[in-house]
Ligand binder design. Structure first.
Ligand SMILES: Cc1ncc(COP(=O)(O)O)c(C=O)c1O
Length: 457
């Protein structure tokens, strides 16, 4: 008889964590504050008030270690949470590795990724504050889908600027957003000054970027009292909401009686990575486990590994407060790689600070290696990863092959933060040999890095 293997660890709905974890009080020092771009003084709640409701602004700066998840949010979470933790037995076998590979799968959500974990509370707090409509950007299409779904739960309108390259390649994402009740524009658009300025300079075929789409969504929200803006990554409150992923994974590892030796996740703005890893980092800082934690970014948009740590704008037009982060420069337009959610010039300031503290490592991987490992993953595990977490899988496979060389039986945990069912054009490009890896020169980074505002120390 074949050995009966356990493929996944599932938690009961009643075991779902009821608090988010805030890592800031546990760090040796807090991250540098955001600055008002005019005065260069720390930005206060009033600077964020045109964009966010007060509950979220308070979560952005909270010093509490844990924040209760409102019952209304828990109720929506339970539509798909707790999410499963899988053991990748078949991938391990194909690789011939003694490593034990686990992946926490967020593709079971309504959008197909981790994004609803923060979209739902953001829509909830905005609805509670009497907001009529939320504006946002979307790169992969996952965040726009998640916010449109969340707005539908709480009776809000939703208007989405979809990055041009993504809008052109992913019509089914637009249709999904519209099905949930949202409105979608190709960015850069004629609807905003930020969009018009870029179109005037470059013509209608501009591929867009997350930075440009953020400028457009922020511009509209800032002009109306009953419209607010929602960001799908980068900010402290977004990473806070995503920690439900890591809190669940800790419970699942406790059931297995194991602890990870290595954790890898992809980073665009840092939210799925922070969400999975911060609860493990808490346990590590408390001396209860000792995983190596590694962020993986695309070779063509490597903010942690090739950017500078400096105060910069979160958007291209320069409308946000200045944030200290690893950045390639706010006007850097990354090549239109398939992992649209990783095409962001900056990084979460909190994650950047944690990187500077030496608590995590980072590496950059080219997209063809990512898709080669994603295809192997699909053929063994049966899940087509979204283009973004193919980066995590590539790093996981590198680690597993290193274990094969060394004979180490490491436990590897990977953040499989979404499925790629609406990203099949990317798989088609890979399978038909049309996928290329652009080599981004230091000169190109130097150009955009030279436009970062000068902030006296
Ligand atoms: C599936 C998926 N993974 C990762 C990301 C990157 O964002 P973050 O680094 O905040 O998780 C995105 C962003 O759109 C995404 O859609």
């Amino acid at each position: 008889m074949a050995e009966v293997l356990t493929h996944k660890v599932v938690l009961d709905e009643s075991e779902m964590p009821t608090r988010w974890y805030n890592i800031i009080p546990d760090l040796p020092s807090p991250p540098p504050p955001a600055l008002h771009p005019g005065t260069l003084q720390p930005a206060g709640p009033e600077d964020f008030a045109p964009l966010f409701p007060m509950d979220l602004i308070l979560q952005e700066v909270t010093t509490e270690r844990f924040v209760d998840i409102p019952e209304e949010v828990q109720d929506v979470y339970r539509l798909w949470r707790p999410s499963p933790l899988y053991r990748a037995h078949r991938l391990e076998k194909a690789l011939g590795t003694p490593a034990r590979i686990y992946y926490k799968y967020e593709g079971v959500s309504p959008a197909g990724s981790h994004k609803p974990n923060t979209a739902v509370p953001q829509a909830y707090y905005n609805a509670k504050a009497g907001v009529r409509k939320l504006t946002t950007e979307t790169g992969a299409g996952q965040w726009g889908t998640a916010l449109a779904f969340a707005c539908a739960q709480f009776g809000l309108e939703c208007e989405v600027w979809q990055v041009g390259a993504s809008y052109d390649a992913k019509p089914y994402r637009r249709i999904m957003i519209e099905t949930f009740g949202g409105t979608v524009h190709r960015s850069p658009s004629e609807l905003t000054k930020a969009g018009r300025d870029i179109l005037a300079a470059s013509g209608p075929d501009h591929p867009g970027s997350l930075g440009i789409a953020i400028s457009e969504a922020v511009e509209i929200a800032a002009q109306h009292d009953d419209i607010r803006y929602a960001l799908g990554s980068v900010l402290n409150h977004v990473l806070l909401h995503q920690t439900i992923i890591g809190e669940e994974a800790l419970l699942q590892f406790a059931k297995l009686g194991e602890a990870p030796d290595v954790i890898v996740g992809c980073t665009g703005g840092g939210s799925n990575f922070g969400g999975l890893t911060f609860p493990f980092l808490r346990e590590k800082m408390a001396g209860k486990m000792s995983p190596t934690i590694r962020a993986v970014e695309p070779a063509s948009c490597p903010s942690l590994t090739r950017g500078v740590y400096a105060y910069d704008f979160g958007d291209t037009a320069g409308m946000t407060p200045l944030m200290k982060m690893h950045t390639l420069g706010h006007d850097f337009v990354p090549d239109p790689i398939h992992a649209g959610g990783l095409r962001y010039h900056g990084m979460s300031p909190l994650l950047s600070h944690i990187y500077e503290l030496g608590l995590i490592e980072a590496l950059a991987v080219p997209q063809s290696e990512c898709f080669a490992t994603a295809v192997q993953f699909a053929r063994t595990e049966g899940i087509l990863p979204a283009p973004e977490p193919t980066h995590a899988i590539a790093a996981c496979v590198r680690e597993a092959l290193a274990c094969k060389e060394s004979g180490e039986e490491k436990v590897i945990l990977t953040a499989l933060c979404g499925h790629g069912h609406l990203d099949l054009a990317a798989y088609d490009a890979y399978l038909s040999g049309r996928m290329t890896d652009e080599d981004v020169t230091d000169e190109r980074f130097a150009e955009s890095i030279s436009h970062i505002p000068v902030v006296p120390a």
